[in-house]
Design a binder for this molecule. Structure first.
Ligand SMILES: NC(=O)C1=CN([C@@H]2O[C@H](COP(=O)(O)OP(=O)(O)OC[C@H]3O[C@@H](n4cnc5c(N)ncnc54)[C@H](O)[C@@H]3O)[C@@H](O)[C@H]2O)C=CC1
Ligand SMILES: Nc1nc(O)c(N)c(N[C@@H]2O[C@H](COP(=O)(O)O)[C@@H](O)[C@H]2O)n1
Length: 342
């Protein structure tokens, strides 16, 4: 994941990696087959419309849409272009589609079935900010948001820190699945498991005070899985709530992120973890990854915005330059996504 200093053995290793990296960059004409439930049906009348011609701006002037608007926005696109989308059972070139191209670009960065895998992913501004306090801050464009949901689809568990749970009241589900993914993936009842890192078990008081919790509503309305709150063994208390389980972790393991995820995966049906944030969790992971390369994939969406000094910042506590290797960039309409793997 990170480039090591080029000395002695490391230098050879790095040169080898550079060579491998060059190979990765060799332009290839990829044949893109979209998994689709109608895939085997004979092609319907070929439509020559280029998806790059879709005028996204007519749906909204502001690329910074809220999650809810994103869904509406997407529905509009799909409704308008349904006749085209239903023809996706042909082989297509990646120039032809905007959202599809994003999803396909991350194919080589996805977890392999049944492998233990850790993905760290988040969306940031140009000034490395990931949101305002207590205000769910849309950063990603519709395409990159879609890509994130596609990523979610390929993981068993989605992880956030307690502050993100409190400040964003997130859904952490596959809400775009029904809207879009049906067009790209075989139908499945796949649900991702929300995991909240809550060492001190603050959830105990929170549920007494707050009733409108999206994770709870989603579970009760069958729109999401039962959440797992992960706490320190020394802080464990029983909670009798249908929508959540509490997993206690030995105190000496808890803050070692690699060991923590291994511990969870040995006790829950979760092999692949997608960690979305917030800043403390991201910083901590990046810092620990420098010594123990446990992050398999790092995917950062960079949006063409500044959020300013009041926003929450990602900046690991390191005192040296840290580079990524095995890097690919994917350019969207407004955002750019950087992908890196071990
Ligand atoms: N743009 C994006 O992609 C995302 C943005 N966010 C934003 O991040 C902000 C929250 O970030 P933070 O305040 O930094 O909180 P956070 O979400 O990182 O949670 C921090 C809390 O997690 C717990 N924790 C458990 N293990 C930990 C560990 N190893 N290291 C650090 N904390 C650990 C502690 O209770 C700690 O107080 C919110 O404003 C949210 O909107 C969150 C996720 C993604
Ligand atoms: N990929 C991405 N782009 C943004 O613009 C974001 N604000 C976030 N935030 C993360 O997504 C969570 C919200 O998830 P739901 O849409 O409610 O399922 C939020 O809590 C952050 O983790 N991510």
């Amino acid at each position: 994941m990170f480039n090591k200093k080029k000395t002695g053995k490391n230098k050879i290793l790095q040169l080898q990696q550079d060579e491998d990296h060059k190979k990765d960059l060799t332009p290839k004409k990829r044949k893109l087959i979209i998994p689709h439930e109608d895939h085997k049906k004979p092609p319907v009348t070929q439509n020559t419309t280029n998806y790059n011609d879709i005028d996204l701006s007519k749906y909204s002037n502001d690329p910074l849409l809220t999650s809810t608007n994103n869904v509406t926005f997407l529905k509009q696109i799909l409704d308008d272009k349904r006749h085209l989308v239903s023809n996706l059972d042909t082989t297509i070139s990646d120039e032809d589609k905007i959202i599809v191209r994003m999803m396909l670009s991350i194919k080589n960065f996805l977890p392999k079935p049944d492998d233990f895998h850790i993905t760290l992913t988040y969306a940031q501004s140009l000034d490395s900010k990931i949101g305002y306090r207590f205000k769910k801050t849309p950063i990603s464009h519709i395409e990159t948001k879609q890509m994130t949901h596609f990523l979610r689809y390929h993981h068993d568990g989605i992880v956030v820190g307690y502050n993100t749970f409190i400040e964003d009241n997130p859904n952490l589900n596959l809400k775009f699945y029904e809207d879009t993914m049906n067009f790209f993936l075989k139908k499945s009842n796949k649900k991702i498991i929300p995991i909240i890192l809550d060492p001190k078990m603050k959830i105990k008081n929170h549920i007494k005070e707050k009733t409108n919790i999206n994770l709870k509503n989603n579970y009760l309305n069958e729109k999401g899985s039962k959440a797992i709150f992960v706490c320190l063994e020394s802080c464990f208390e029983k909670i009798d709530e249908q929508w959540l389980d509490v997993l206690s972790v030995p105190d000496e393991i808890y803050y070692n992120m690699h060991e923590l995820f291994r511990y969870i995966s040995e006790r829950k049906p979760i092999k692949s973890f997608m960690i979305e944030g917030g800043a403390s969790i991201i910083n901590h992971m990046l810092e620990q990854n420098e010594k123990d390369e446990f992050i398999d994939t790092l995917i950062i969406t960079i949006a063409p915005i500044f959020l300013g000094d009041k926003a929450v910042q990602v900046s690991p506590g390191i005192n040296k330059k840290l580079g990524l290797r095995n890097v690919e960039w994917v350019k969207g309409t407004t955002d750019t996504v950087i992908l890196s793997k071990k």
